[in-house]
Write a protein that binds this ligand. Structure first.
Ligand code: NAI
Length: 350
């Protein structure tokens, strides 16, 4: 099989950040540059130790290789993680040191926001390297908040999944949305406009009442949303929500949402198949954000972003059809297709 990853053993190339003068620690993991520079955000998180930090970076970088390949982007996969210091954070120093590490890679890695980092942080990074996206949009150009694009991609995917599994459009279907943050709230708007009935839950109750009033949504507790009576479950909060405990509770016949890493383990993909639940692979359907970020880096237009995001539905249809035909889990089929895209590009380049 042709090479998927930059290193011979299939593991990510790791570039540690360990700045004695400032104490800034982190790692940039480059999983693959076969399709182009490795693109993926920078996560600021508290890790128990360096091993945990590296493991997370490697796992996230591989995920970005698959996500970017599946989205048809000319980018490989990479991710940066930074150790979140205890107490007050000197963000200026942290992101100066990080920016220098990104710049030292000469464009092999392109960064953006992720969990724990903001547009302001990336603007700081931009002062020392141009290999960063997720900044403000210039007029007519791609850029700015990726969440509405992520929501649009999930919405397009959901239409396809509903037709595929329930032979229905979204009008009249009930969608349970777990997490009404940036993506979840935008998704609720699209779903309400499409005539879906909404059930919503969030640990932060502030946004719920407003959303419920505007979209006539029913609010349920965070412990109840998974098992609520619904046609579609849309995880838009945390990862690992689909596991041995939650899957038996699901009443929905379709799972399609924005959260990353929804399956706690591969076995949970099989559990969904066994229950006859159609799973829309997370990184396929939530690619709208990276599509927008990569277009910003390439200086493309919002029109180009829109066209690519609207392509998510067709890609999902391919994956769901193949999974149904072969009676396999959709997440395994998606990984295979993404892996093939990278392997074929590597063969062409060899
Ligand atoms: P966000 O932080 O704006 O919203 C997440 C929401 O989930 C918050 O309102 C939070 O209170 C809520 N939440 C947390 N724990 C919860 C729980 N146990 N039950 C119910 N609600 C809970 O994040 P955002 O940007 O909306 O992203 C949502 C998910 O989509 C995340 O998993 C993120 O990694 C993923 N994603 C986001 C993209 C983007 O463009 N923003 C792109 C690709 C993936």
């Amino acid at each position: 099989m042709a090479r998927l990853s930059d290193s011979a053993d299939g593991c990510a190339r790791l570039h540690p950040i360990d700045d004695a003068a400032t104490g800034v620690k982190g790692v940039i993991a480059i999983d693959s540059t076969v399709l182009g520079p490795a693109a993926g955000g920078c996560r600021l998180w508290h890790y128990a130790d360096d091993d945990a930090m590296r493991t997370d970076a490697v796992r996230l970088a591989r995920g970005m290789s698959f996500k970017n390949a599946m989205a048809g982007l000319p980018f490989g996969g990479g991710k940066a993680v930074l150790q979140r210091p205890a107490g007050d954070i000197d963000r200026a120093t942290l992101f100066r040191v990080f920016a220098e590490a990104v710049e030292a890679l000469g464009g092999d890695y392109i960064t953006a926001e992720d969990v724990g980092t903001t547009v302001a942080d990336m603007k700081q990074v931009r002062e020392r390297t141009r290999h960063v996206a997720g900044l403000d949009a210039a007029p007519g150009k791609a850029g700015g908040d990726p969440s509405p694009w992520t929501a649009l991609g999930v919405f397009e995917a959901m239409k396809v999944a509903a037709r595929f599994a329930l032979d229905s459009d979204l009008r009249g279907l009930t969608v349970a949305v777990q997490g009404t943050g940036s993506v979840g709230a935008a998704l609720c708007r699209l779903l309400a406009d499409a005539g879906a009935t909404l059930v919503i839950a969030d640990v932060d109750s502030r946004r719920l009442a407003g959303l419920a009033a505007v979209h006539d949504a029913r609010i349920v507790g965070v412990d109840d949303i998974v098992g609520v009576e619904a046609d579609i479950f849309a995880p838009c909060a945390l990862g690992a929500v689909l596991d041995a405990r939650s899957i038996p509770l699901l009443k929905a016949k379709v799972v399609c949402g924005a959260a990353n890493n929804q399956l706690a383990t591969d076995a949970d993909g099989e559990r969904l198949v066994a229950r006859g639940i159609t799973y829309a692979p997370d990184y396929l359907v939530n690619a709208g954000g990276i599509i927008n970020v990569s277009a910003e880096y390439l200086g493309e237009t919002t029109q180009q972003v829109q066209e690519r995001v609207l392509g998510i539905g067709a890609r999902l249809h391919t994956v769901l059809s193949q999974a149904a035909l072969e009676k396999r889990s959709s997440h395994v089929v998606a990984d295979e297709i993404a892996g093939q895209i990278i392997a074929e590009a590597a063969k062409r380049a060899a």
